[in-house]
Design a protein around this ligand. Structure first.
Ligand code: NAI
Length: 465
């Protein structure tokens, strides 16, 4: 006997879990959704949404500071972190309210408490508070327990001097100086925020460049822009140790250099939240804590799926959404097409932004051969709207010779908004000629995508040949 049975039982109500719940309910399936925290998970409460609100406040600060560039007289008097946090929290609260209503409206049963897998299709939930444990069953079980901020051996995260991004989004002051450990997405976004707010920022990255998974040209452009903004960048500098001092933190990198700052942000990746959840005991195939799933998000156990950050691959909210929707449709027998991981757009919302979809140049050359790949870079210098916004960067296209575009790479303020068209180009295997014949509104940054494809199709317009 269980305390409840569902067509679909989902462990975790983050992006992957709740998207699965919403779609499954829409398809007429009964859904139980287990969550120990808040509906919406990392993305809504401590990830994507609050950090992008901080980045927007940072943009406002930059605009105020640089207002004379536009002939506007304003001065940046300071950053009121209480005000910034209140704006950010209001954005989150509004979305949370909306999501809660949506989930209720679809008739999904939300089971509050900490769940763990106690049978092949069963989850036992220890409710928040003193109530007794309850056990639920699902014809299908979806594991969607998300991820946590990783640390490094010897690094003690105290939430005071040594922070993860969860602490950083709640910070009530602008630090005078920060060392950002890890030049990945989180590291670059927070470095960007703090530099805009007036902190002295140093990024420490083990690999030779920032945003290592991006096209090399994008990393180089971001580094140039960050250096211009006086962000210190230490690449090829693996972390060795750190100690808390009276004034702050002293970080030692390999080679012995010591970097001191008021705070240290640890942004060295996110690990899968799977420990102690019973997956192993129930025989779910795992590797280094991640749950292994095939292209249909199926684990090795019949009727047990996994979505989101616990599955190896890109740890992005929109990948989780898509996997969640996919699983609901698969369960409902709609036979959805598997998701192409390379077709998932990636955006780093720093100033400037970096966005990409498909293969970078090196990956394309490895996949198709050196002679079978062509690239074209269109500089935003020729794009009217980018000049109006005073932003620099580029659109870089990677294509198979005489074939489709296989990668689009963008750098510049607001280029994240262009990734929608870029992902259609990649996912529809469009040829440059197909895109070139579409009209792009003038003046938009979107036009830069059109111009790049015009050039790749052999008929450049606003480009020096
Ligand atoms: P990440 O994997 O993007 O970057 C971590 C960086 O830390 C890497 O560049 C790595 O080389 C470096 N690193 C690791 N060990 C080091 C060491 N010992 N010394 C120096 N550097 C070291 O992970 P991150 O930035 O923590 O983000 C976690 C996840 O969250 C990522 O998968 C990311 O995609 C996702 N995320 C996505 C966002 C977006 O889409 N805009 C925003 C924030 C996070």
């Amino acid at each position: 006997m269980t305390d409840g049975e569902f067509d679909v039982l989902i462990l975790g109500a983050g992006s992957g879990g709740y998207a699965c719940a919403l779609r499954a309910a829409q398809l007429g399936l009964s859904v139980g959704l287990v969550e120990k925290g808040n509906l919406g998970g990392t993305c809504l409460h401590v990830g994507c949404i609050p950090t992008k609100a901080l980045l927007h406040a940072a943009e406002v600060a930059d605009l105020a500071r640089e207002s004379s560039t536009y002939g506007v007289t304003a001065t940046l008097e300071g950053i009121d972190m209480a005000g910034v946090n209140s704006y950010k929290d209001k954005v989150v609260a509004r979305l949370f309210k909306g999501l809660t209503g949506l989930i209720k409206g679809r008739g999904i049963t939300v089971i509050e408490g900490e769940g763990r897998m106690t049978g092949p299709h069963q989850v036992t939930v220890a409710p928040t508070g003193s109530a007794d444990e309850a056990t639920y069953a699902g014809k299908h079980l979806v594991l969607a327990s998300g991820s946590y901020s990783r640390s490094l051996p010897g690094l003690d995260i105290d939430g005071e001097r040594v922070l993860t991004s969860e602490h950083a989004i709640r910070l009530e002051r602008v630090p005078a100086s920060v060392v950002v450990l890890g030049g990945g997405v989180i590291g670059c976004e927070f470095a960007s925020v703090w530099a805009s707010f007036g902190s002295e920022v140093t990024i420490v990255e083990a690999l030779p460049r920032l945003l290592p998974p991006e096209d090399e040209a994008s990393s180089q452009a971001l580094e140039r822009a960050f250096r211009k903004r006086r962000i210190q960048i230490r690449t090829s500098a693996p972390f060795q140790s750190a100690k808390v001092t009276d004034e702050g933190v002293a970080v030692i990198v390999e080679g012995g250099d010591v970097i001191e700052a008021e705070l240290l942000l640890v942004a060295v990746g996110r690990g899968p939240s799977t420990d102690g959840l019973g997956y192993d005991e129930q025989g779910v195939a795992m590797e280094r804590g991640f749950v292994l799933a095939d292209e249909r998000c199926r684990t090795n156990l019949d009727g047990v799926y996994a979505v989101g950050d616990i599955v190896p691959g890109l740890q992005l909210a929109h990948r989780g959404f898509q996997q969640g929707i996919f699983v609901a449709e698969d369960i409902a027998g709609l036979d959805p097409s598997p998701i192409d991981e390379a077709g998932i757009p990636r955006v780093t919302y720093s100033h400037p932004e970096v966005a990409s979809v498909g293969l970078d140049e090196a990956a394309a050359r490895a996949a198709y051969g050196d002679d079978a790949v062509e690239t074209l870079t269109y500089d935003l210098g020729g794009n009217g709207k980018s000049q109006i916004l005073q932003t620099q960067g580029f659109v870089k296209l990677v294509r198979q010779k005489d074939g489709p575009v296989v990668g689009v790479h963008l750098v510049g303020d607001r280029v994240g908004e262009l990734i929608g068209e870029a992902q259609l180009i990649y996912n529809w295997e469009a040829y440059a000629e197909d895109v070139a014949s579409h009209v792009h509104a003038h003046p938009t940054q979107n036009e830069a995508l059109g111009e790049a494809h015009l050039a790749l199709a052999g008929k450049p317009l606003h480009a020096h040949s």
